[in-house]
Design a protein. Structure first.
Length: 181
């Protein structure tokens, strides 16, 4: 990735605020706390789907079964009740509260992040950039297919009645990993 070794001051806070505005669950921890935070968020899942490349440390505290999407689970398999998915991201955009996945290691294919009802995404401070132009330059390979996620899936009808989970997960939890102080 072409991003700096650390996020510019204020970007992690702005990202958390904006992603929270979209009703994403926001969680903060250090690298050492990450396995416990993930275990807590995924404790009620029937199973957790993992794309290839998710670090083993992330799942070391899980007490629920995991499925590796190395053979390409079908949409029907991913639609199983109580299924959650755990991914990383390529980059996150502070201005819009958006996580960007490019199907790289630990992110999986688009279907993997759009079908299960619960998506947990790990974002490191150094992955957070200010805006969309910075996001384009921070991508490891801008020719990869991108999935941009700003909160859980939602739509509103003509009377502005909000319905969540129509075109993707009903729940999105973002875990922001900050350096230890």
């Amino acid at each position: 990735m072409n991003s700096p070794d650390h996020a510019a001051p204020g970007l992690p806070g702005l990202f958390a605020e904006r992603a929270g505005d979209y009703r994403a669950g926001m969680h903060h921890c250090t690298e050492d706390e990450l396995p416990g935070v993930l275990a807590g968020l995924l404790a009620t899942a029937a199973k957790v789907v993992l794309p290839p490349g998710v670090p083993a440390k992330w799942t070391s505290g899980l007490a629920v079964p995991t499925l590796l999407d190395d053979r390409g689970l079908t949409a029907a398999e991913l639609d199983e009740a109580g299924l959650s998915v755990l991914t990383g991201c390529a980059v996150a955009v502070a201005e819009t509260g958006t996580i960007v996945l490019d199907a790289g290691p630990g992110q999986g294919r688009r279907l993997l992040t759009l079908v299960p009802d619960h998506h947990v995404c790990v974002v490191r401070d150094e992955q957070i950039v200010a805006d969309v132009p910075d996001m384009i330059t921070a991508l490891p390979d801008p020719t990869r297919p991108l999935t941009m996620i700003s909160g859980p899936s939602a739509t509103s009808d003509i009377e502005l009645n909000r319905v969540e989970g129509v075109h993707g997960p009903r729940r999105l939890d973002i875990v922001c990993v900050h350096p230890a102080i």
